[in-house]
Design a protein around this ligand. Structure first.
Ligand code: GLU
Length: 423
């Protein structure tokens, strides 16, 4: 089953629950535009390689297409279609005046030199330049892309447009018109949602054992924010492997060690030494075992399709927080719901990234620079409002938070479409 088929299932389910107009559902089940590009790149050794890239513009009823660009070997058009549709829904849940889009290139950027990566990015930008722009489609970072790559895109686009156009992307470096807090926004947004959940249920963070899959930008920042509030980080897993330490891991120490050893798996000895608790040992675990460990919150901050019909039954977390896009399949959702596991869905939980991207667009337009406190204050406000709306809909429609988040998004989209009068 392709990732986009999963998205369609989710839309179908929510549409049924809320009795959405069939035509609106149909229109939202098809991306408005799909672009495929072949990107020739001269490699450092003189050879030529052609990379395949995509930009999918799912929907722009609420505003310009918005969404990241992903560099990954497993990217394909169906994945980009799914990710673009989730962007439309995510922006709608947050009430942002933005549509949904997504891009990707099939490449492992980790084996490219800096120069090769720059040439790839600039050529890809040239090829998609007719369809992007500050008022039409605004890319941003996603898996394996970063502020440096955004700077190259903005620079290349500006050359083509013969005009300085930093607003063509968000997630830029600060000195190039980026926003404070954009780099930490995905985790920060998820943190605000989880904090609300904990507060409303009269729970104490100190009783919460946290396990995190993915220790990159989203996962490591979430770890730091939560540990600062007293949560206990007991397990961390990255793409190479993971470890458990029931006494609680110091995320700063783990980050330091990971920077040196490249993977958390090799940091067991370091963690044991730092914490120095008699009898306490770091356990190494396989990727299968990792997700199935007992914990209070399981944070999925890696890639899609991590909890499936295959392992859902064995999940022992009480809450799953999706900082990645699409880490739980629709089949797994049903199993988790039956088991009483609360899934806080991606289109709400990880919307902090695009929300601060929107703040960056506002700052670029007005020429203002917001201090970090202002960014985080406004982010918290938007995340909490969205959370409350989703929760109300989950009560009203007696459904899961994912279904309620989809319903919330579809309500916003339906209102806008009706205002317009036609598709
Ligand atoms: N790539 C991020 C996401 O999946 C952010 C997109 C953006 O800032 O436009 O939500």
């Amino acid at each position: 089953m392709s990732l986009f088929e999963n998205t369609l299932k989710q839309i179908e389910k929510a549409s049924k629950l809320m009795n959405l107009d069939q035509e609106i559902k149909e229109v939202l089940s098809h991306p408005q535009r799909k672009i495929q590009v072949s990107v020739p790149v001269r490699m450092d050794n003189g050879s030529l390689r052609i990379f395949n890239g995509f930009r999918v513009q799912h929907n722009n009823y609420l505003g310009p297409y918005k969404g990241g660009i992903r560099y990954h070997e497993q990217v394909d058009i169906e994945e980009v279609k799914a990710l673009s549709a989730w962007m439309t829904l995510k922006c709608a849940v947050l009430g942002l005046p933005l549509g949904g889009g997504k891009g990707g290139i099939i490449v492992n950027p980790k084996i490219l030199s800096e120069n090769e990566l720059e040439r790839l990015t600039r050529k890809y930008t040239e090829l998609i330049s007719p369809v992007i722009g500050p008022e039409t489609d605004v890319p941003a970072p996603d898996v394996n892309t970063n502020p440096q790559i955004m700077e190259w895109i903005a620079d290349e686009y500006s050359k083509i447009a013969e005009k300085e156009t930093p607003g063509v992307v968000t997630g830029k470096p600060l000195k190039k018109g980026g926003s404070k807090g954009r780099d930490t926004a995905t985790a920060q947004g998820g943190y605000y949602i989880l904090s609300e959940f904990v507060r409303e249920n009269n729970l104490n963070p100190k009783d919460f054992k946290v396990v995190i899959q993915g220790f990159g930008n989203a996962g490591s920042v979430a770890a730091k924010l939560l540990v600062k509030d007293g949560y206990r980080l007991i397990g961390v897993f990255d793409s190479q492997g993971g470890l458990f330490y029931e006494q609680g891991i110091n995320p700063d120490e783990l980050l330091k060690c990971k920077a040196e050893k490249k993977t958390v798996k090799k940091c067991g000895v370091h963690i044991e030494k730092i914490h120095d608790i008699k009898g306490a040992v770091c356990r190494e675990v396989t990727s299968e075992e990792f997700l199935e460990q007992k914990c209070d919150v399981l944070i999925l901050a890696a890639l899609e399709n991590q909890i499936t019909s295959e392992n859902a039954e064995r999940i022992q977390a009480n809450v799953v927080l999706e900082l990645a896009n699409g880490p739980v399949t629709p089949e797994a959702d049903e199993i988790l719901a039956k088991k009483g596991v609360t899934v806080i869905p991606d289109i709400l939980a990880n919307a902090g990234g695009v929300t601060v991207s929107y703040f960056e667009m506002l700052q670029n337009k007005s020429g203002e620079y917001w201090p970090l406190e202002q960014v985080n204050e406004q982010l918290e406000q938007k995340m909490v409002v969205a959370w409350q709306e989703v929760k109300l809909n989950s009560e009203k429609y007696n459904c899961t938070l994912r279904e309620a988040a989809f319903i919330t998004a579809l309500i916003h989209l339906e209102i806008k479409i009706r205002e317009k009068g036609e598709f």
